[in-house]
Ligand binder design. Structure first.
Ligand SMILES: NC(=O)C1=CN([C@@H]2O[C@H](COP(=O)(O)OP(=O)(O)OC[C@H]3O[C@@H](n4cnc5c(N)ncnc54)[C@H](OP(=O)(O)O)[C@@H]3O)[C@@H](O)[C@H]2O)[C@@H](O)CC1
Ligand SMILES: Nc1ncnc2c1ncn2[C@@H]1O[C@H](COP(=O)(O)OP(=O)(O)O)[C@@H](O)[C@H]1O
Ligand SMILES: [K+]
Length: 488
C-alpha cells in the first residue's frame, strides 16, 4: 500500500532526518532525483531549454540545484526569481556557477515560450492559501507555453494536505515529489494538477509515522480478493443479499445483482419488487419478491439503489439495518438515512454509506474542498464507513483510516455505475473483509472495470458488469492466455 502523508507529518520526519545528516544533504538528494526525472522526460540534456519558476523557500532551492545540474550538462536553463533577494542562497550560487541565467518574472515571457520544460519551484509543502498575484501570473504564463510542466514536490497553488486549489495553480504534467506522496497530489483538484506523480526516496521512511491514509495498488487489492479453494462450496464464499430497484425501475436491481454475481459468484440473493426483472436478467440469483427476511441467510446486505423512499421502502431499510450483518446503504437508502441517521448509528455490525456529493450534502454539510476530511467527519459522526464517490473516490472509517482510490476514468460518470459499485462492495463485505477494506478494494476494482470497458469506447453501466471478470483478473495479474493444469 502507498502511504499518504500530510505536510506536518513530513516536516516532523524531515526534522529528525536533518538532524542526522550534514547540512544541505537532504536537498541534494531531492535535487538529484528531480534532475534525473527531468533528464528522462527531456530525453536529452545538451541543447534542451528549461525554465525555472523560483519562490523564496526551499522548494525554490530544489529547483535551483536541479537547474544547476541540468545547466552543467549543457541544458540552457533560465530562472525566473519571484523574490530575488530571498531566493535560496546556496542554490542560486550553484545555479549561477553552472551557467544558469536569471531573469525577473516580468521578463520571463520569451524563456517560457521557448522552453522544452518548465520546472515549478514556487511553493511546495510550505505554500498556503491561494497563490499571490505575481506567482499566479507566472503560473498562467507558463501554462500558455508548449513546454512539459514539471512541479517540484507539489504543484504551486495546490494544498498539499487536501488537494484544494483556490484560484490559480500550476497545471503539471508530472510532479516529482520527495520522501512520501502527499494526499493533495491524489485527491480533489490537486489530482488533476499533479499529472503523473514520481516519488523520490530521500531516506524519510523510517522517520515517518504509521500512515492514516493510503492508496491501494493492484497487488494490495488482489491480496484481498481470495481465490476459492478445494474446500469451498457456494455458501462459504460469502452470500450477499440485494435490496434494490423497484417494479417500475428494475434497472438498479439488475445492475447491482449482476455486479455482485460477477465479483463473487458463490451465491447472490435478491429480495424486492424488481424481482421479475432480476430473475429474467440473472437466473443464477436466488430471487424473492418478498421482504429481506424471506430471502434466506446472507452474510451482508446491499440496500438502497432505486428502491424508492416511501413508507414501504423505509420499513425494508429499517429491517435490514436491524440485522447484525454488514450493510451497504446507497442512493435512496442514503436519502432516508439523512432524514433518520439514528437508523444507522451504533449498529453491532459495520455499515458502509456510499454517497456522491449531493447525497453527502443531505447529511448537513457538503464535502467542500477537503474530501478526505469530510469523509472522515461523516464516518465519525455516524460510526459508519463512508465511501465518498468522485473522480478520486475516498473511503474513511470512524477511526480516521482513509483510502484514496487510484483507478477509474471520467467515463464512469454515467447513470447506473454507482449501482454496480454497490453490488461489488456488498459481495466483498460478505466475504468478511473489514468494511473499510471491502469498500476500498471495491472502488479499486470498479475503477479498473471502468478502464477496461472504456478502452473499447464509451461505456454504459452494464459494460462494467460484463468486464468485471477481466478487471479482476487484471488486478490479480493473471494473463488471460495461460491457464495452469488442474491442481497446479
Ligand atoms: N525541509 C527540507 O530539508 C527539505 C525540503 N524540501 C523542499 O522544501 C519544500 C518546503 O520548503 P519551505 O518550508 O521553505 O516552503 P516552500 O514550499 O518553499 O514555500 C515557502 C515559500 O512559499 C511562499 N508562499 C507561501 N504561500 C504562498 C502563496 N499562497 N503564494 C505565493 N507564495 C507563497 C513563501 O513566501 P513568504 O511567506 O516567505 O513570503 C515562501 O517563499 C518542500 O516542498 C520541498 O520542495 C526538499 O528539498 C527536501 C528537503
Ligand atoms: N468524473 C469522474 N471521474 C471518475 N469517476 C467518476 C466521475 N464521475 C463519477 N464517477 C464515478 O462514477 C460512479 C457514479 O456513481 P453514482 O453517482 O452513484 O451513479 P448512479 O447513481 O447513476 O449509479 C461513482 O463510482 C463515481 O466515483
Ligand atoms: K512547486
Amino acid at each position: 500500500m502507498i502511504g499518504l502523508f500530510t505536510a506536518a507529518e513530513i516536516r516532523a520526519a524531515e526534522a529528525r532526518l536533518l538532524a542526522a545528516l550534514p547540512d544541505g544533504a537532504l536537498m541534494q538528494r531531492a535535487a538529484t532525483g528531480l534532475a534525473t526525472v527531468c533528464l528522462r522526460l527531456l530525453g536529452r540534456s545538451y541543447g534542451a531549454r528549461v525554465t525555472l519558476l523560483v519562490g523564496a523557500g526551499n522548494n525554490g532551492g530544489d529547483a535551483l540545484f536541479a537547474g544547476a545540474r541540468l545547466a552543467s550538462r549543457g541544458t540552457q536553463v533560465t530562472a525566473a526569481l519571484l523574490a530575488p533577494e530571498r531566493a535560496h542562497e546556496a542554490g542560486l550560487t550553484a545555479f549561477r556557477r553552472a551557467g544558469g541565467r536569471v531573469v525577473a518574472p516580468e521578463a520571463a515571457g520569451p524563456a517560457l515560450e521557448r522552453a522544452d520544460l518548465v520546472l515549478d519551484g514556487i511553493t511546495g509543502i510550505g505554500g498556503s492559501g491561494g497563490l499571490r498575484p505575481d506567482a499566479a501570473a507566472l503560473v498562467d504564463r507558463a501554462a500558455a507555453g508548449p513546454a512539459l510542466m514539471v512541479a517540484v514536490d507539489v504543484p504551486s497553488g495546490v494544498d498539499a494536505d487536501t488537494g484544494a486549489v483556490d484560484g490559480a495553480a500550476f497545471a503539471a504534467t508530472h510532479t516529482v515529489t520527495f520522501g512520501a506522496v502527499k494526499p493533495g497530489l491524489v485527491v480533489g483538484q490537486g489530482r488533476g494538477h499533479a499529472g503523473e506523480v514520481h516519488l523520490i526516496g530521500i531516506g524519510l521512511d523510517e522517520h515517518l509515522p504509521a500512515p492514516a491514509a493510503w492508496q491501494l495498488t493492484d497487488a494490495d487489492a488482489a491480496a484481498r480478493l481470495p481465490l476459492p479453494d478445494a474446500d469451498d462450496d457456494k455458501y462459504t464464499q460469502g452470500v450477499v443479499g440485494i435490496v434494490a430497484g423497484s417494479a417500475t425501475y428494475p434497472g438498479a436491481g439488475v445492475l447491482c445483482t449482476g455486479a455482485a454475481l460477477r465479483t463473487r459468484p458463490g451465491l447472490v440473493r435478491y429480495a424486492g419488487t424488481a424481482a421479475d426483472g432480476v430473475r429474467a436478467a440473472w437466473p443464477e440469483a436466488i430471487v424473492t419478491d418478498g421482504r429481506p427476511g424471506d430471502a434466506g441467510r446472507v452474510q451482508a446486505w446491499v440496500v438502497g439503489p432505486g428502491m424508492g423512499t416511501d413508507d414501504d421502502a423505509r420499513s425494508v431499510l429499517a429491517e435490514v439495518l436491524a440485522t447484525d450483518l454488514p450493510v451497504l446503504a446507497d442512493a435512496d437508502a442514503l436519502t432516508m438515512l439523512a432524514r433518520e441517521p439514528d437508523l444507522a448509528r451504533n449498529r453491532p455490525a459495520p455499515t458502509v454509506l456510499t454517497p456522491h456529493d449531493r447525497e453527502f450534502a443531505r447529511f448537513g454539510y457538503g464535502p467542500g474542498s477537503d474530501r478526505i476530511g469530510a469523509a472522515r467527519r461523516l464516518a465519525a459522526d455516524l460510526g459508519a464507513v463512508v465511501l465518498l464517490k468522485g473522480e478520486a473516490t475516498v473511503v474513511a472509517d470512524p477511526g480516521g483510516t482513509a483510502f484514496v482510490n487510484a483507478t477509474g476514468t471520467p467515463w464512469l460518470a454515467t447513470a447506473g455505475t454507482g449501482d454496480v459499485l454497490s453490488g461489488i462492495t456488498g459481495a466483498l463485505l460478505a466475504t468478511g473483509l473489514p468494511a473499510v477494506e471491502a469498500a476500498a478494494v471495491a472502488a479499486h476494482v470498479h475503477g479498473r472495470a471502468g478502464q477496461v470497458a472504456a478502452a473499447r469506447g464509451p461505456l454504459i453501466a452494464g459494460d462494467l458488469v460484463r468486464h468485471l471478470p477481466e478487471a479482476i483478473s487484471r488486478v490479480r495479474g493473471v494473463r488471460p492466455d495461460r491457464l495452469p493444469d488442474s491442481g497446479a
